[in-house]
Design a protein around this ligand. Structure first.
Ligand code: NAD
Length: 432
C-alpha cells in the first residue's frame, strides 16, 4: 500500500519505518526541513532501540522516503496518517492547530479518494473537525474518509510496541474504510477493535488517564507508607498479585512526566468540562502528581542546613529510561529548583545529554556516574536507567563528599545501601 505519514516525530517516524518494514511504500513528511535533511542521510532524529537498523534497511530497499513536501506525500498515497503534535494550551485544552494546518494542506492536495487517518492523540469529535476542514477547503471534488487510529506505543520500546501492539483500535465511519485499515495492519496478526470514530478517540484518553490514576494512587499510598513505617515496594507487590489489579504501573516514584500523560490527563478534564462533567478523580490525580517534586525536594532539603553551594549529582535526565525525550521530565523541574536554591549541579544521562544541553544551562555535564558523584554532597536518582542499577557503589561512596543518596525511583535495596555505609532516602520506604 502507498502510505504517507505527516509529522515525523516519535510517533510518525516509528510508524513510517514499521509500515515500510511490513512491505508498504512509505513517504514520511515533516515541515521541519532540518529534520528531513538529517533523516535523508539515514540518521534517526530520536533515540529508540532498534530504529536505526530498521530505518537503514528500508531506505536501502527504497520503501522508505523522507520529504518536506506535503503535496508529494498526499498525491502519491492512498492512506495518509496525521502524526503531528497535539500540545496542551494553558487551560489544559488540546491545541489542534497543527492538526488543522495539516488538514488544510491535505485539502489543497487531495486529488482522488483517500483515507485520512488520525494517529495524533485528539479529543473526541476531532475526526468530524478534520472532515469539515478538508470538505470546506478541498480543491477538487473528490471523496475521502477520516479514521481515528490512536497510537499506544511507549517511548523506549516504540519499535517493539508497534510491531507487537496489545491492541489496534480503528475508529472508522464505514465498513469499507475499516477493511482497508485492517488490511494494512493484518501482517502484525494482533487483536484489532473496530469502533466508531469518537469511541476510538476516547479509548486513547481513557487509557492514559487510567494509567496516570494508577501512578498517582500508588504514590499516595507511598506517602502514607513513609509515615507508617511500611515499605511501598512490598505493598505494591502484594497488590499486584491480585489479577484484578495487576502489577504494572504500581511503581512509586517522582510521578508521571513525558509528552503524553500530563497533557492527556489535562485534556480529558477539559473535555469533560466542555460536556458539563467534573472529572474530580482525574483532577486529584493531576494535583497529586504536581506535588511529587516539591515533596521530594523538601525531603532533600531537610538533610542540609542550607542548599546554597551544596553540590548535587543528578543521575538520569530523560523522562524515563531508553529514550532521549525530556518533554515534561522531572529532571528539569528538580534541577531548576536546585539552581534556584543556589546549589551546584552535575548531571549524567546515557542518551539524553545532547537534548538537555539545548534547554538546561548552569549545570556541569559529566561523562559517567562516577564523575557526577565526585565531591558531591548528595546523589539524586531521577531516571531508573539499568546502568544506574549496577553501579559500583563502593566506588561511588569513595568519591562522594557525603555518602547520601536520594532515590526518586527506588532502584536500590535499602539494606544493601545501609551495609555499604550510605544514608539512603527513597520513596515510600523507611529512611536509612
Ligand atoms: P513530535 O513533536 O515528536 O512530532 C511531531 C512532528 O510533527 C514534528 O516533527 C513536527 O515538525 C511535525 N509537524 C508539525 N506540524 C507539521 C505540519 N504542518 N506538516 C508536517 N509536519 C508537521 O510528537 P510525537 O511525540 O510524535 O506525538 C505526535 C502525536 O502522537 C501527539 O498527538 C501525541 O500525543 C501522540 N502520541 C505520542 C506518543 C509518544 O510516546 N510520543 C505516544 C502515543 C501518542
Amino acid at each position: 500500500m502507498n502510505v504517507c505519514v505527516i509529522g515525523t516525530g516519535y510517533v510518525g517516524l516509528v510508524t513510517g519505518v514499521v509500515f515500510a518494514d511490513l512491505g508498504n511504500e512509505v513517504i514520511c513528511v515533516d515541515n521541519d526541513e532540518k529534520k528531513i535533511e538529517t533523516l535523508k542521510k539515514g540518521i534517526p532524529t530520536i533515540y529508540e532501540p532498534g530504529l536505526e537498523e530498521m530505518m537503514h534497511r528500508n531506505m536501502q530497499d527504497g520503501r522508505l522516503l523522507f520529504s518536506d513536501d506535503i503535496s508529494e506525500g498526499v498525491r502519491k498515497s492512498e492512506v495518509i496518517f496525521i502524526a503531528v503534535g497535539t500540545p496542551p494550551r494553558d487551560n489544559g485544552e488540546t491545541d489542534l492547530s497543527y492538526v488543522e494546518d495539516v488538514a488544510r494542506e491535505i485539502a489543497a492536495n487531495i486529488d482522488r479518494y483517500k483515507i485520512i487517518v488520525n494517529k495524533s492523540t485528539v479529543p473526541a469529535g476531532t475526526g468530524d473537525f478534520v472532515r469539515e476542514i478538508i470538505e470546506k477547503n478541498k480543491k477538487w471534488n473528490v471523496d475521502f474518509d477520516v479514521v481515528s487510529n490512536p497510537e499506544f506505543l511507549k517511548e523506549g520500546s516504540a519499535i517493539n510496541d508497534t510491531l507487537y501492539p496489545e491492541r489496534i483500535v480503528i475508529g472508522a465511519p464505514n465498513q469499507h474504510v475499516a477493511m482497508k485499515l485492517l488490511e494494512l495492519y493484518a501482517p502484525l496478526e494482533r487483536p484489532m477493535l473496530i469502533t466508531d470514530v469518537a469511541s476510538a478517540e476516547m479509548i486513547k484518553y481513557a487509557s492514559n488517564a487510567f494509567l496516570a490514576t494508577k501512578i498517582s494512587f500508588i504514590n499516595s499510598i507511598a506517602n502514607i507508607c513513609e509515615k507508617a513505617g511500611a515499605d511501598i515496594t512490598l505493598v505494591a507487590k502484594g497488590m499486584g498479585y491480585d489479577s484484578r489489579i495487576g502489577s504494572s504501573f504500581l511503581q512509586a516514584g517522582l510521578g508521571f512526566g513525558g509528552s503524553c500523560f500530563p497533557k492527556d490527563s489535562q485534556s480529558l478534564v477539559h473535555t469533560a468540562k466542555k460536556f458539563g462533567e467534573d472529572f474530580n478523580i482525574l483532577q486529584e490525580v493531576i494535583k497529586e502528581n504536581d506535588r511529587r517534586v516539591s515533596r521530594f525536594i523538601e525531603r532533600i532539603a531537610e538533610r542540609y542546613d542550607s542548599m546554597e553551594n551544596k553540590l548535587f549529582g543528578i543521575l538520569g535526565l530523560a523522562f524515563k529510561p531508553n529514550t532521549d525525550d525530556l518533554r515534561d521530565a522531572k529532571s528539569i523541574e528538580i534541577i531548576n529548583i536546585l539552581l534556584e536554591k543556589k546549589a551546584k549541579v552535575k548531571v549524567y544521562d546515557p542518551v539524553a545529554m545532547e537534548n538537555a544541553k539545548k534547554i538546561l544551562q548552569g549545570v556541569k555535564y559529566c561523562k559517567n556516574p562516577y564523575e557526577v558523584a565526585e565531591g558531591a554532597d548528595g546523589l539524586i536518582i531521577i531516571t531508573e536507567w539499568n546502568e544506574f542499577k549496577y553501579l559500583n557503589l563502593d566506588k561511588i561512596k569513595e568519591v562522594m563528599k557525603t555518602p547520601i543518596i536520594f532515590d526518586g525511583r527506588n532502584i536500590y535495596d535499602p539494606n544493601n545501601l545501609k551495609r555499604l555505609g550510605f544514608r539512603y532516602i527513597s520513596i515510600g520506604r523507611k529512611e536509612i
